[in-house]
Design a protein around this ligand. Structure first.
Ligand code: 5GP
Length: 126
């Protein structure tokens, strides 16, 4: 799959400070912010600062430091939002959509961190 990155996508503009965001966490290599159209009481997007289109692109080309930072940033968002999967009433879902089959709207890698209510099954059956 080609990974041509469009630097005019909305998250690239957020990273450049051209569009505001409601920041939850910033790390050396990542930014986490609240989704503008939340699908659950907690809906945070975690993005790498690097120009990666999708998870497979990131996994293939990001440095070990970027990958470690991204993974830990997602965990830190869970901690900040009190979503521990070990709690009887807690838990969360992490989703990354890619390409047309994944219904990806913004072509900059992002992890959706969702929680705060029971989230149902992973996929609707059609
Ligand atoms: P995708 O369908 O690409 O996985 O998800 C894109 C997500 O980005 C959607 O949940 C959408 O609500 C969110 N989004 C789109 N534009 C903006 C924006 O300008 N600011 C924020 N915070 N979220 C956005």
């Amino acid at each position: 799959m080609a990974h041509d990155y469009d630097d005019q996508n909305i998250f690239a503009k957020i990273l450049r400070g051209e569009i505001p965001n409601d920041t939850v966490l910033e790390t050396e290599h990542c930014l986490a912010f609240n989704d503008i159209s939340p699908q659950a009481p907690v809906h945070v997007l975690v993005i790498p600062k690097g120009a990666y289109v999708s998870y497979d692109h990131f996994a293939a080309e990001a440095s070990d430091a970027e990958i470690a930072d991204f993974t830990r940033a997602i965990g830190e968002v869970c901690r900040i939002k009190d979503l521990s999967g070990a709690d009887a009433a807690g838990g969360f879902r992490v989703i990354s959509n890619a390409g047309p089959h994944g219904s990806q709207e913004v072509p900059h890698l992002h992890m959706h961190v969702l929680g705060g209510r029971p989230l149902g099954r992973l996929l609707d059956r059609e």
